[in-house]
Design a protein. Structure first.
Length: 109
């Protein structure tokens, strides 16, 4: 009977350790200007200008495996930001196109 208790206790420790692992939520970044963002934005998303993307993302999200979704007005600046982040070594970066497309993909329309 003692062996069963030890085994169950050990299993409980393993299960509780596994449950403490968490996967980070995807990061959504608006790369438009501040004035564009103030007129229309997605609450909870951060805004980083495409020209500052590498400096800010490396500070906020140093893990290069962070899932990052970028959007702007048409997708052009997101492409520039995506290329910069890929050069920096970020693996999971996606250009979601416009803010309207980003809203639609997330069911926010």
């Amino acid at each position: 009977m003692k062996k069963i208790r030890v085994l169950c206790g050990g299993l409980l420790v393993v299960l509780s350790t596994i449950s403490t692992f968490s996967f980070a939520d995807p990061v959504w970044i608006d790369v438009r200007t501040l004035s564009e963002n103030l007129r229309n934005n997605i609450p909870g998303d951060i805004r980083i200008s495409h020209s500052n993307i590498v400096r800010e993302v490396t500070k906020l999200y140093p893990d290069k495996s962070t899932e990052i979704h970028l959007y702007d007005k048409t997708g052009g600046r997101s492409d520039i930001a995506l290329s910069a982040l890929k050069r920096e070594g970020y693996e999971f970066v996606t250009n979601e196109g416009s803010i309207e497309e980003a809203k639609q993909k997330r069911g926010l329309n």
